[in-house]
Ligand binder design. Structure first.
Ligand code: SF4
Length: 489
């Protein structure tokens, strides 16, 4: 299907024309009320997954679980739900379904009763050999309850021949390939782990107000710490396993030398919350610097710089500062549109009602506009927005993108379409520009992106980040994909 063959209905309501965040995880080790703290942390991580949420706690005697479909505020809206999750240790998860359909049985944390007692696990990322492992586990008699790749961890731990929980956990993570930031809870300990390349984020924090000095939090991003008043301690390292128990915090590195950071560069571009700090870098400042690099690389004379909200805003501020062109909020985004809004009648559709974005004519009319967005996926949204800006009176519309062209799919936990559905996979930049209907189109280069992240440039022999969706250089084997065990979207 070409862009021009999309109907206005499709252009207004196709909402899969953007990357979707993966998942967010939280773990709490304290003396009381882990459920409330976990819910607060999950609330701050809502941007990482909006389809389902769950918490498992342990009260020293037994485990308690509540999981549901919807936003954190919906799943945990009733104080009686939090009251039904007593205990000072807990883990929680926000889900965006990257594997497995959205059904309650797929909502994490996953829980199992083992010979050593209860064990719960929550996973952010995507395993690239989960289907292969699942085939072998099913042959060995394992009964899978869900269709999520994360359940593989539960079965690998269950069948491990090691005697203690930590050795079983390590035995399991050594068999999986892919991206994972994990939190897990047994009756004796909270475990947190990152894959050997540290593709997804995970941080350690401390709860300062607790009466117990030994009170800790692990979370996907530092923004979760602010919501619970916790202090940042440090990033959990690639390949590191952290164990928190009554004796405090211990760190082990089961992958020895086989780790080197290939953190997801797109977390800086789009996924992480702008107030988070990753690897000592403010995500907001990184986005501004990407905008400044973009201005240097693809400067054009114009009257106003306008972000596509919300994710294009910091890059647009950086672009405007670097180019000395005024920044204006020329597009206003409605935050109150659900994914399944009522289908409009033809009459409403023909009125050109745009539900998600509206133009602010006062700052666009008669102007040469530079539009800043974070990425182009299928291109349908970009085309719609360029049309809207022109309709609001812009004399020229120049689209600038704060990432290199997205030519490849992500297999590490970000929901992207199959390659052939990515506009940049099938079209040159000139062709994309024509299809989108902009006067010009420019992307920041890979080196520009790396410069914004305080690197000289991309080290092509040993890249500092995962950037596979731009370069096709996948740092972790795509076993299931190569064996055709996973279907393309
Ligand atoms: S492929 Fe892209 S989105 Fe996926 S982990 Fe790598 S950089 Fe991030």
């Amino acid at each position: 299907m070409t862009l021009s063959s999309f109907s206005s209905h499709e252009l207004d309501f196709i909402d899969d024309d953007e990357f979707h965040e993966e998942c967010g995880v939280v773990g709490i080790w304290t003396t009381q009320d882990a459920a409330s703290l976990t819910a607060l942390g999950l609330h701050a991580l809502q941007h990482r997954g909006q389809e389902a949420s769950g918490i498992v706690t342990y009260d020293g005697n037994q485990f308690h679980t509540h999981r549901g479909l919807g936003l954190v505020g919906e799943v945990f809206d009733d104080p009686r739900v939090i009251a039904s999750l007593p205990g000072g240790m807990g883990i929680g998860h926000n889900r965006y379904a990257t594997t497995g359909e959205t059904q309650l049985r797929n909502v994490q944390p996953l829980y199992g009763d083992f010979e050593f007692g209860g064990f719960a696990v929550a996973h952010n990322g995507n395993l690239t050999n989960a289907q292969l492992l699942k085939q072998s586990l099913v042959r060995r008699g394992c009964l899978f309850q869900s269709s999520t790749d994360s359940e593989v961890f539960i079965h690998l731990i269950a069948i491990s021949l090691y005697s203690n929980v930590i050795d079983r956990f390590i035995d399991a993570i050594k068999q999986v390939q892919g991206a994972y930031s994990l939190v897990a809870l047994s009756k004796d300990m909270l475990i947190a782990a990152r894959d050997p390349l540290g593709v997804r984020p995970l941080i350690l924090g401390k709860l300062p107000y607790s009466q117990d000095e030994n009170s800790w939090v692990v979370a996907s991003e530092t923004c979760a710490l602010s919501s619970m008043g916790a202090d940042f301690v440090r990033d959990i390292e690639p390949g590191e396993v952290i164990i928190i128990d009554h004796d405090g915090v211990r760190s082990i590195h089961p992958f020895a030398d086989n780790t080197s950071s290939r953190f997801c560069i797109f977390e800086y571009v789009y996924f992480a919350r702008p107030d988070s700090v990753i690897e000592n870098k403010s995500v907001y400042m990184a986005r501004k610097k990407i905008g400044a690099e973009l201005a240097k690389e693809s400067h054009i004379e114009a009257d106003v710089v306008v972000p596509v909200p919300d994710s294009g805003v910091p890059a647009a501020i950086g672009y405007a500062e670097a180019s000395n062109i005024p920044f204006e909020l020329g597009i206003i985004r409605s935050h109150y549109i659900g994914r399944t809004f009522i289908e409009p009648t033809d009459q409403i559709r023909n009125l050109g009602v745009k539900l998600k974005h509206a133009t602010n004519r006062a700052v666009i009319n008669g102007k040469r506009v530079i539009l800043i967005d974070d990425s182009i996926v299928r291109g349908t949204t970009s085309k719609k927005i360029v049309e809207m800006v022109r309709a609001a009176g812009a004399t020229e519309v120049h689209l600038r993108i704060a990432s290199p062209p997205t030519q490849h799919s992500c297999f590490y936990g970000i929901d992207t379409p199959a390659e052939e559905k990515l506009l940049a996979h099938t079209h040159s930049i000139d062709e994309m520009c024509k299809l989108i209907g902009a006067d010009s189109l420019g992307f920041v280069s890979a080196d520009g992106l790396y410069r914004a992240l305080q690197e000289d440039k991309r080290n092509n022999q040993n890249p500092q980040y995962c950037d596979a969706c731009f370069t096709g250089d996948y740092p972790i084997p795509l076993t299931d994909h190569d064996m055709q065990l996973v279907k393309s979207k």
